[in-house]
Design a protein around this ligand. Structure first.
Ligand SMILES: Cc1cc2nc3c(=O)[nH]c(=O)nc-3n(C[C@H](O)[C@H](O)[C@H](O)COP(=O)(O)OP(=O)(O)OC[C@H]3O[C@@H](n4cnc5c(N)ncnc54)[C@H](O)[C@@H]3O)c2cc1C
Length: 456
């Protein structure tokens, strides 16, 4: 078995037989090849070219963000530190001043919401952005400082000389090879390039969440009326409980300028166990009595799906190899569903490591490990470590989101409902109702487990 793997790896090494383009002794050698023009790859490429490195950015799509649908929320502070006053250049949809969680059952919705005009002042808190404009903006920046961007280039695997990565093989638009001193893998979640090249183990279906997303067009005025927003401001709403049909997972609503983006997803293993089809989760949200009314008159303009690596800190693969660094989602650097800023910062840290390696002409693991050191010292790893036990907590308490959302909604219902009984009797009645769903000692034990994880 090992011998077969070694043979397969050997055949990918330089000098292997094949009718590939560019395979000649005078082929151009870049300082760095970056695979994938998402936030991770484009940021890495930008910062390296700014330092004077010769960078090639390979992207399989016909334009940056071609395979992505909808949008995302961008944490302003983290982005501003890398790209000062980015909101003046990158097209942001709305300044988020309202953040809410909606805990949902089939017919009820308990919300916790916060809004403040303090969140509307520069450098802001969150923006909603469309992926296409975010990715294009980053690639344009990279291009402007000298990065060679090759679109429609599908990388299949890494080429090695011994154990040293020295290039990549491309299958589309034609078979070809490109060579560099360092390769940066930024091909996103479930990195097939990393897996095929023997660098990243296959991500388990428990650690990979599948999300479905739909963008629904509505006029800016209607969005502002329905979400109680002033022009230019937006909401981020997390949806918990009913949308994921009894499993731990999440949904969200992002308000864009003239559309709403709905996302919902859960672990692939839970889709397999339940037999639920991904679009059914979206339908649960869209047909919910309190969401349906928000969507009246809307028109679907985009629909898609994608995966998020949700294994957290313990699922992070080895990030530095001889002549190669893995960044962004390919490296499982995602905290809950937040990954854009981790991707950008991992790209920045990789750029620093590659720059130092280039200066000393040393592309060994030892030299490139500056990347891991910078990551470890940053919010990226510190936040991932702080949340390291969340993935296992969710596995330990598979009913967590669903059951406690039901209990919270039930409690709220009984508190709101007027009964013809004295207050004391009503309190006893509510207590009995709740503890009939989950015994008090079980609730206390679950809360203890949650507190232990939150405390870290
Ligand atoms: C539904 C959903 C909602 C999310 N919401 C948020 C949010 O609100 N906030 C947030 O911070 N994060 C969010 N995330 C996570 C965030 O999108 C990712 O963490 C982030 O995009 C990772 O960036 P990346 O550059 O590593 O990978 P990607 O954005 O996936 O980019 C990878 C790039 O590599 C290219 N590529 C892939 N394979 C190849 C190949 N073989 N050859 C060449 N190119 C290739 C792809 O086309 C793509 O352009 C969300 C994710 C999902 C799925």
């Amino acid at each position: 078995m090992l011998r077969d793997w070694y043979k397969a790896k050997k055949s990918r090494e330089i000098g292997a037989q094949g009718d590939l383009h560019n395979e000649s002794s005078n082929v151009k050698n870049y300082d760095v090849i970056v695979v994938g023009a998402g936030p991770a790859g484009a940021s890495a490429a930008y910062f390296m070219a700014k330092e004077g490195l010769d960078v090639l950015l390979l992207e399989r799509g016909p334009f940056p963000g071609a395979k992505s649908c909808g949008g995302t929320s961008l944490i302003a502070e983290h982005t501003h530190k890398l790209f000062p006053n980015f909101w003046e250049e990158c097209h942001c949809e709305r300044i988020v001043i309202q953040q809410a969680y909606w805990f949902m059952t089939e017919d009820s919705l308990l919300s916790s919401s916060f809004q403040s005009m303090k969140l509307a002042a520069a450098p802001y808190n969150h923006f909603t952005v469309k992926r296409r404009s975010l990715y294009q903006w980053l690639v344009d920046k990279a291009n402007a400082v000298g990065v060679s961007v090759h679109l429609n280039h599908h990388v299949t695997e890494v080429i090695f000389e011994g154990t040293q990565a020295i290039g990549v093989e491309v299958s589309l638009p034609q078979k070809s090879r490109f060579f560099a001193n360092v390769i940066i893998l930024a091909d996103g979640a479930n990195s097939l390039v990393g897996e095929r090249s023997g660098l990243i183990p296959r991500v388990s279906s428990q650690n990979l969440a599948l999300y479905v997303k739909e963008t629904i067009a509505l006029s800016a005025r209607v969005i502002e009326e329905r979400f109680n927003l002033s022009p230019g401001y937006g909401s981020l709403i997390g949806l918990i409980g009913y949308p994921t049909a009894g499993f731990n997972g999440t949904g969200s609503i992002h308000t864009f300028k003239d559309s709403l983006n709905i996302n919902v997803g859960m672990a692939i293993s839970d889709f397999a166990i339940s037999g639920i089809r991904p679009y059914e989760l979206l339908d649960r949200i869209k047909n919910h009595p309190f969401i349906k009314t928000l969507l009246i008159g809307g028109k679907t303009i985009e629909y898609g799906g994608s995966v998020i690596p949700e294994g957290g800190y313990h699922a992070i693969p080895k990030l530095v190899h001889p002549g190669l660094i893995i960044i962004g989602d390919a490296a499982s650097l995602v905290n809950g569903t937040h990954g854009i800023n981790l991707a950008m910062w991992s790209g920045f840290f990789a750029s620093q490591a590659v720059y130092e390696s280039k200066k000393s002409r040393d592309f060994s693991v030892k030299k490139l490990s500056l990347y891991s050191t910078l990551l470890d010292e940053s919010f990226v790893m510190q936040d991932l470590k702080a949340n390291a036990k969340i993935a296992s907590l969710q596995r330990d308490l598979p009913y967590l989101f669903d059951l406690y959302t039901k209990i919270a909604n039930d409690t709220a219902y009984h508190v709101a409902k007027v009964y013809s009984m004295p207050k004391k009797a009503k309190r006893k009645f509510i207590f009995k109702k709740i503890t009939s769903i989950q015994p008090i000692f079980k609730m206390a034990s679950d809360i203890w487990k949650i507190l232990k994880v939150v405390k870290g």
